[in-house]
Design a protein around this ligand. Structure first.
Ligand code: AMP
Length: 283
């Protein structure tokens, strides 16, 4: 695996591959890789000639007081795991090259970034859309893969690509979970063993909601009541949001009439965990 740190070097390399007709796929990450990231890479590997991952903890998507400084980092391990997974290129830029002095351009996707995480993390999606647009201009991929764990992020990127006529295929990948159902996340590293046990409640609440919906429950309020019961706020557990929305627009829904996104953000200890599931009513 080749490591590229400089933006012009990455652009020139990609230009060369494109000239040779090779298909480039990009998996953007913030590093501290886990099986969730690696599954995204494995999924796109057979469909790409050059598999590029980026490792960049993007300061623009962290708000004041959030965990930018203490976000877990282990570059040596990331490089080993990416190499073992068959990645061709790890693009690892420096903050000062991505956002040099005088930087002042941001991508603002408006409606779909309003609800859910947009409420509690107002700068987040602007930072995400901006860095992903930059990565697309630098790596020039034909396709790029994003996890459904960050469902709103995936919807935002799809919107950006469509609205700005970016000629890039966006591929969504299902959530990768630990054996006990907890969605894999670099932030799980923040959890104490006791908090880690409580983190199971997120996925459990999603499953209970699905059971209710399959049993014919259509009232959003009843479903969210069950979800809140299972999440059981208290010691170390605080719900940021538990919401039902249209999976395309992310607008809130109160009655289940078709596939409906149940999205959760829950503080467990110092970690803010997100998870989601698309609930399908029985027909
Ligand atoms: P991150 O490093 O957290 O920015 O994540 C990089 C990419 O991996 C994003 O597209 C995430 O949605 C995706 N990802 C992270 N965790 C998971 C997971 N458990 N399942 C599926 N995709 C994931």
């Amino acid at each position: 695996m080749r490591i590229i740190e400089s933006i012009p070097e990455m652009q020139q390399a990609s230009e060369g591959w494109r000239g040779e007709g090779r298909k480039i796929a990009l998996v953007p990450t913030m590093g501290y890789l886990h099986e969730g990231h690696l599954e995204l890479m494995r999924a796109v590997r057979p469909h790409s000639d050059v598999l590029v991952i980026s490792i960049f903890v993007n300061p623009a998507q962290f708000g004041p007081g959030e965990d930018f400084e203490r976000y877990p980092r282990d570059l040596e391990r990331d490089i080993r795991l990416a190499t073992e997974t068959g990645v061709d290129i790890a693009f690892i830029p420096q903050v000062k090259e991505m956002y040099p002095g005088g930087y002042q351009t941001f991508v603002n996707v408006t409606e779909v970034t309003g609800p859910l995480c947009g409420r509690s993390r107002p700068a987040f999606f602007r930072g995400v859309a901006t860095v992903v647009a930059k990565l697309f201009n630098i790596v020039k991929p034909h396709a790029s893969v994003f996890g459904e764990k960050d469902f709103q992020q995936l919807v935002t990127i799809r919107r950006m690509v469509q609205d700005l006529n970016m000629d890039i295929e966006i591929i969504g990948h299902p959530i990768v979970r630990e054996a006990d159902g907890v969605a894999m996340s670099s932030r799980n590293a923040y959890l104490t063993p006791e908090q880690r046990r409580k983190a199971v409640r997120l996925n459990r609440s999603l499953r209970e909601a699905q059971t209710l919906v399959q049993g014919g429950e259509k009232t959003g309020g009843a479903i969210l009541k069950k979800v809140r019961e299972v999440l059981a706020e208290g010691d170390d557990v605080r719900i940021d949001y538990a919401q039902l929305c249209n999976p395309g627009t992310l607008q809130e829904v109160t009655r289940i009439t078709g596939p409906t996104l149940l999205a959760l953000a829950v503080h467990v200890g110092v970690a803010r965990l997100i998870d989601n599931s698309v609930l399908n009513p029985s027909t």
